[in-house]
Design a protein around this ligand. Sequence first.
Ligand code: GRF
Length: 191
Amino acid sequence: MTRAAPRLGVLVSGRGSNLEAILDAGVPVVTVISNRPGVRALEVASGHRVPAFVLPRADFADADSRDGAIGRRLTDAGVTLCLLAGYDQRLRDGFFAAFPGRTINIHPSLLPAHGGPGMVGLAVHQSVLASGDPETGVTIHEVTPELDAGPILAQVRVPVLPDDDPETLAARVLAEEHRLLVGTLADLLRG
Ligand code: GRF
């Protein structure tokens, strides 16, 4: 008996370049959910005719209820694999209670280095440069209630160059994120 391919849902908060990379590569996405209105990732979704929803924190009594609503929306759409592609908040227990599928995240460093609270956006690359690490990279990992701490599925290394500033390093890492994400999703969706 062949196993059904996972149905992918994507959570976003901002620019949406990872979402764009996977859609441009032809990866099928069932639904996109943003915790923030008006972000570019929503335009990326609509440009690829993927149904997208905004579930802002302000519409719910607390973060746990909002996260539960996100989980229910995924479950109702038949999603079995959820990707956090630039989703900028920790998911509370309500999410994991409502969505029993697998959730994965992409992070722009070699976790466990430069992960955890506050390690978002340029702060990650500033942290790498301040540490003097000769290399950084990209990690795709399972999401658990603890931030950036779930089992690692895939990593790729990126050298830190002598002239790097946070912006140049972020740009080189981002290009590798797109490659690693498309390849990893292709593997996961093949079952
Ligand atoms: C990426 O660097 C991703 O690794 C991190 O947030 C950023 C999102 O970028 N979790 P984008 O919204 O996909 O362009």
